[in-house]
Design a protein around this ligand. Structure first.
Ligand code: SF4
Length: 475
């Protein structure tokens, strides 16, 4: 009686308690009321819910048709235990029962279950969504009134075509909750002038309009930009909408003109899921159910949010939070999952593999190779910038990123180097050398890391057998 939760949440909590009652009757018939629960009962309940299956503690399997016998999802387990935690906390706080255990601890969701709960928006596959958008934009009068089609007639399309088209456009492009859609007011659209400084660019851009969203379950009324298609469809409906009686909005207590109302009645809460979406699926030629379950109005919200988050120029999390009308960014995270395509691009852009490679230019003296002098005379020269390394296995030299200038070294300003660069038969190639962590640091951090590496290699012999320290001493 004192709960301030929304009716649907309240009903859901009551059904969770019924579930617990059925479990008690079967497993612990001696427990007659909340005051009889002990820490052991709570632990047994947590274990039972962890193993429970759909329909196991319910009287009717009607609403779970097709899922009966499947294990509870992690989110359902969390929901079931959260309802009990809240119930027992309230009972204790209000002094209805003696405190015999801490609900937050005794009925805590197991860590293994919590680990399975994360952002997993029930998005609709891109190809299916594209077909639904096409179907929504190409709805004909025949689609909406086909007396020869028994199935469509049973759907009860008694709303005018303009209303249905506006409803479809709002569902497909605005990412609103079903309740928000059905409570939109007449005059909820305002047009936004596109002005980015370039007339040509403005001509190419789609017109954007602003949609006034009424108070929702978590926040106050707000305004969001939506595609111009929504504004056009809503304007077309408003132009032919007969005057309707005012409706008392239970959330605000105000009397308002509801946009989607006809013949004195608001569009019913089940219309979108039960009639409109199946109609679009039929027209699009896609099944009304996919691997994630039935296509429902809320899945459009998840799909649009995920697409905006993964767009070429994506919306940031805070922008998306505003757009979806969320009070907390945690809620927004449940709708945003980085797509594998975007993840692959980000990984590619991060250049992890390229970062660990260094491309070195190699000069091949084809004349020396042809003359058969390859065994005795240098024919391969790795360009180090300041000089050439003539060691054939340069990539295996420990000093390759901090060259110790051993006897294989040829300074660029030496007469030998000038002679080499002047040769007409010189072949220039590039070779990629994998770098270790110290060498990557030299690339990333520059001189300091270079000197540090050189100091560490001071006593490591170069390919000619000398160490840098001895070579420096001899110079
Ligand atoms: S130390 Fe010698 S072998 Fe190593 S990179 Fe320098 S010149 Fe080449």
């Amino acid at each position: 009686m004192t709960s301030t939760l929304q009716p649907a949440s309240r009903i859901s909590a009551v059904y969770r308690l019924f579930q617990a009652g059925r479990w008690l009757a079967a497993e612990h018939p001696g427990v007659k009321g909340p005051g009889d629960w002990t820490r052991e009962t709570a632990a047994a309940y947590v274990a039972a819910m962890d193993r429970a299956t759909v329909g196991q503690w319910s009287t009717s399997a009607g609403s779970f048709k097709g899922h009966v016998g499947k294990p509870f999802s992690a989110a359902t387990k969390e929901g079931v235990l959260k309802a009990l935690r809240t119930f027992f906390s309230d009972c204790q706080e209000w002094g209805w029962i003696v405190v015999r255990f801490q609900p937050a601890r005794a009925l805590a969701t197991p860590r293994s279950v919590r680990a399975l709960i994360g952002p997993d928006p029930r998005t609709i596959a891109d190809a299916t969504w594209a077909k639904l958008v096409w179907a929504g934009l190409n709805l004909t009068d025949r689609d909406l009134s086909r007396p020869d089609d028994r199935e469509a007639a049973e759907d009860g399309h008694f709303y005018p075509a303009a209303l249905v088209r506006a409803l479809v456009a709002v569902w497909l492009f605005s990412g609103l909750r079903r309740d928000e859609i059905l409570r939109l007011r007449v005059g909820c659209i305002r047009w936004q002038a596109v002005n980015d400084g370039s007339e040509a660019a403005a001509g190419n851009k789609r017109r954007v309009c602003l949609l006034d969203v009424p108070v929702n379950k978590t926040g106050t009324a707000f305004t969001k930009p939506v595609d111009g298609i929504v504004g056009e469809a809503v304007a077309a409906w408003e132009a032919v909408r007969p005057l309707q009686p005012l409706w008392l909005d239970p959330k605000t207590g105000g009397r308002v003109h509801v946009l989607f109302s006809h013949r004195g009645r608001r569009v019913g809460p089940t219309y979108i899921n039960a009639v409109l979406i199946p109609l679009l699926c039929r027209k699009a030629g896609v099944p009304a159910e996919d691997a994630r379950g039935r296509i429902t109005s809320h899945r459009a919200r998840a799909t649009i949010a995920t697409q905006l988050y993964n767009a070429r120029e994506p919306m940031s999390l805070s922008e998306l939070q505003e757009w979806l009308g969320h009070r907390s960014p945690d809620s927004t995270r449940h709708y945003t999952k980085v797509s594998p395509t975007r993840l692959a691009k980000s990984y590619q852009d991060a250049g992890y593999f390229a970062r660990n490679l260094r491309a070195v230019e190699v000069l091949i003296d084809q004349g020396a190779v042809r003359a058969g002098l390859a065994a005795g005379e240098a024919w391969k020269h790795y360009d180090l910038g300041h000089g050439y390394c003539t060691y054939d296995f340069f990539d295996q030299c420990p000093h390759r990123m901090a060259c110790a200038r051993c006897s294989f070294y040829m300074p660029k300003d030496s007469s030998k180097a000038l002679l080499l660069e002047g040769k007409a038969n010189l072949l220039r190639l590039r070779q990629e050398i994998p770098l270790n962590d110290d060498e990557v640091r030299v690339v990333d951090e520059g001189i300091a890391a270079h000197e540090e590496l050189a100091a560490r290699l001071a006593d490591v012999p170069t390919p000619d057998g000398e160490t840098p320290r001895r070579t420096d001493a001899g110079r």
